[in-house]
Design a protein around this ligand. Structure first.
Ligand code: GLN
Length: 206
């Protein structure tokens, strides 16, 4: 049977590789059949279909973004309409408002984020969550010294909350932010949803 018409297109996806868990994103994307480029220089952003800002240490990544001249190019990439996704530290970097970051990040999503918000005793935890746009089973989400999203302002919207209503994923147009780490669980549904936002020449993905 020819199933080519339903096979998702292979994309060229950048993963910012200044610090953090970029390898885990790389492995998941490659297992899905996509080309992955680890981004360490501004010029490598050219020609990407989508970009992921991984988890790690947001103060360190923010410093490296500034010292490597990435801030404006990353802002331009977000403004281009191509999909951009920040996971954990990456979500902190995409937020316009962060309670406790000692330097600016990328600041493109109209969300407020609180770093290390879940306290020391529960620095890491897991939860099965419903994520808007992800049908089927709940998504098993891994939180590692995670931030929470205090507020989303339109056109940003919440995509996922904990049982108590705490927002842990948000979307603003082409930009996603998740407090948790979908690259660590073997469930690629969020990566697939993210890449479904890629533009196709000649129209949106079928
Ligand atoms: N606590 C980290 C920070 O604030 C984020 C943790 C993570 O990315 N897993 O940068």
């Amino acid at each position: 049977m020819n199933t080519n018409h339903t096979a998702p297109r292979s994309r060229t996806v950048g993963v910012l590789a200044l610090q953090g868990d970029f390898r885990e994103h790389r492995e998941m994307l490659e297992a899905m059949g996509h080309e992955v480029r680890e981004i360490r220089k501004v010029g490598q952003l050219e020609g990407l279909d989508a970009l992921i800002i991984p988890g790690g240490e947001s103060t360190t990544i923010a410093r490296l973004i500034l010292t490597n001249g990435f801030q404006q190019p990353l802002r331009d990439f977000c403004a281009s309409g191509k999909p951009v996704w920040g996971t954990c530290a990456g979500a902190i970097l995409l937020a316009k408002h962060v309670d406790n970051l000692d330097r600016p990040g990328i600041e493109m999503m109209d969300i407020s984020v609180r770093r290390n918000a879940f306290g020391r005793q529960v620095d890491s935890f897991e939860a099965d969550l419903r994520v808007k746009g992800v049908p089927g089973e709940p998504f098993h989400a891994v939180f590692i010294r995670a931030p929470l999203i205090d507020d989303v302002r339109w056109p940003a919207e919440a995509m996922c909350t904990l049982e108590d209503g705490t927002i842990v994923a948000a979307r603003e147009g082409n930009m996603f932010a998740t407090s948790f780490h979908p690259e660590l669980t073997g469930d690629n549904r969020l990566h697939a949803l993210f890449l479904s936002l890629c533009h196709s020449p000649g129209g949106p993905p079928k």
